[in-house]
Every structure is written in C-alpha cells, then in structure tokens.
Design a protein around this ligand. Structure first.
Ligand SMILES: [Zn+2]
Length: 360
C-alpha cells in the first residue's frame, strides 16, 4: 500500500463521522441499576427464591457468565459491543467514575425533570407533581431554527405529559395508552393502537408495556422523520418494584435490542446516517442487593441516587467504558445533549454545566 493511501485510511478511522450531529435520540430505561449495566446478573438475586420467579435455570442459561465483562454482555450485548467500541459509557463505580442524581429525592419525576431541564428543582418532590414549570430542553429545541415541529416524545408512563409539560411545550408527548396517529392514524398506527388497547396491563392505566412505546416511536421515526426523539421505557423499574428479577433483566435485554434497532435504522438511512447521536440513561438508581433493597429507590434507600449514561454518534470520540475517576451529575445532561447538537440550552432557570465528552 502506498504511504499516502495508508495515511488517508488512518484518517478515516480516526474521524469516522464526517459531520456534526443534527439529530438526537434520547433513550431512558427507568431505574435500571448501574450494578447490572456494569456487572451483569447478580447471582445472589438469581438464586433467591423471592426474586427469581422460580426460574433460576432460565436466568443462568440466558444471563450467566463467569466474569463481569462477559456477563454484562449477556444483558446488554449492543451496549457492550457497538457502543463500547465506538461510543462512551459512564458510571462504573469500580473505577470511581461516579454519575449521580443531583436532586435529593431519587425517584422518577425529579429525575426526569433533572435530565430534561438541567435543573434539580427541589420543589419537584412527588411523582404526582403538576405540569412542570421549568423549561425543558425538548421545548427549547422545538423553537430553534430547523427543529420546529421536528421534536417528539414517547413514554410508557403517563406522567411524561406533566414532566414535559405537554400543554405548554408545543411538541407531541405520547404517553401510556395515548392513541397514536391522532385523528387519521395510519394502518400501522391503528394496529399498534388495537394491540395496546387489548394487551395485558400489569401496571394498570398509568403505564403500557414498553413494546408499544417502542414500535410507535420507531414508526414515528420512519414516517415523520423527527430531528429530536425521546423514548422513555418503563418496565425495568416496574418489574424491579415487583421483585421480578427475571422480568427486570428481560426488560433491560429488550431495551438494549431496541437501541440496536434504532442505531441500525439511523445508520442505514441517509437522512440520519452519521448525523445522529444516541444518548442513553436512567432517571434514578436503586438500592443494593445486600440489604434486599434492590427493588426500591428513594432518599431512604442507600445508593439509589447512583446512575449511569452512554452516548454514541458524531462528535463523540470512542472512549468505551470510561475508567477515569470523576464525579458527574444528571443535571449536566441537558447542556451536554444540547452541545452535541452544537447548541446552548437557554432558559429561565440555572442548569448544570455540559460534560465535554471529548476531553481527556
Ligand atoms: Zn420506581
């Protein structure tokens, strides 16, 4: 090979994305612990009759491996292949890489508020809190040139209407059992609506199964071509509260598969390819295994404010699993996500400073 060609090839490897991000897909999976993300299945929970749903055989066959790096791959194979090899993953406390809630409550509404507004508002202290008074990043983006009417949110939980202040924000928020497609649903939307309506509803009327949220969001991405899409999955939290460790791991496994589907879609579609970042995180952590507190989370549960996040796409160099000792907070995500689109999130409240994902 001629030296010049070698040089050109190594440049392409170094700068694999030729452009900056213009689109972002934000993904959350409610209350998925960093413990499973980084260490894989916990054998003490899989062995515990209280939690293994009488199927430790299934759990061991599907999710067990002798060491942590192989084990975590069994739950989240896409995170620990493509994202590890081309993106960044933060929050492994083994390396003192700490990511935490800045809000003092460690449950969902305060957590999502912190993610989307960058402001850990202490007045937001209940999941029943009224429509969010704080301006969020999505409504800010919806007002920026080129982004108007190109923002949409899909969440399994009905509280997203209030968290994202659907009434004020000016972009659609499809939550829980909201019908997709408005007054003129397409054939696909009609089918998703019917399946959702007639589906098993283990979480009552407040939350649908993730599969409906996912396929409705995917259909929206394919047909409406948003520049900013939020997808909020909920089953990881619900099954953990129920003490269903098998369902909890299966829910995390499925979210990882759907992240793969989203990434494969954007990277094979010219409108999105090499112009789209994925930002993946969670609203809060949960308790530890040792005290049987893994099912729960709030400020009385030790360590439940410990979280993690990952990102992949243009403008994000490959660091893989970040092993640097540092303290990051959820309140920094809003400005970080804005900066990935080369924007600054301007609003009436204070915000956490952006994380420079490409700094040493
Ligand atoms: Zn919860």
């Amino acid at each position: 090979m001629k030296p010049l060609l070698v040089f050109a090839l190594s440049l392409t490897t170094l700068f694999s994305y030729s452009q900056k991000a213009e689109n972002i897909i934000i993904i959350t999976t409610d209350g998925l612990r960093w413990q499973e993300v980084f260490n894989g299945m916990d054998s003490s929970l899989a062995n515990n009759k209280k939690y293994n749903q009488d199927d430790s055989l299934y759990l061991y066959r599907k999710y067990w491996a002798g060491n942590e790096s192989n084990r975590r791959k069994k739950i989240m194979p896409f995170l620990w292949s493509t994202i590890e090899s081309t993106g960044q993953i933060y929050g492994n406390r083994l390396y003192h890489n700490y990511v935490d809630n800045a809000n003092p409550y460690w449950f969902s509404y305060p957590g999502y508020n912190e993610i989307f507004t960058g402001f850990p508002d202490t007045l937001i202290n209940s999941n029943g809190y009224p429509p969010n008074p704080n301006t969020n990043l999505l409504e800010y983006l919806n007002k920026q040139p080129g982004y108007k009417n190109k923002v949409a949110a899909f969440g399994a939980w009905d509280a997203f209407d209030r968290i994202l202040n659907e009434g004020r924000s000016g972009f659609p928020v499809y939550s829980s059992f909201d019908k997709f497609g408005g007054i003129k649903p397409s054939i696909t939307e009609q089918t998703i609506n019917k399946l959702m309506q007639d589906s098993y509803k283990p979480f009552g009327d407040a939350e649908c199964l993730d599969v409906f949220t996912h396929y409705a969001a995917m259909n929206y991405l394919e047909t409406k071509k948003p520049k900013v899409l939020y997808i909020g999955y909920g089953e990881t939290d619900e099954w953990a509260h129920s003490g269903h460790y098998k369902d909890y791991l299966d829910a995390a496994f499925m979210v990882d598969k759907w992240i793969r589907d989203l990434w494969n879609y954007v990277q094979t579609n010219p409108l999105y390819k090499d112009k789209t970042v994925l930002f993946i995180t969670t609203d809060h952590g949960r308790g530890d295994t040792i005290k049987d507190e893994w099912t729960s989370h709030n400020n009385k549960i030790k360590d439940a404010g410990q979280i993690w996040f990952a990102a992949i796409g243009p403008g994000i160099i490959n660091k893989g699993e970040v092993k640097k000792a540092q303290q990051l907070f959820q309140k920094q995500f809003a400005q970080t996500m804005a900066s990935l689109l080369s924007l600054v999130f301007k609003c009436e409240h204070e915000t956490g400073v952006k994380i420079d994902l490409n700094a040493d």
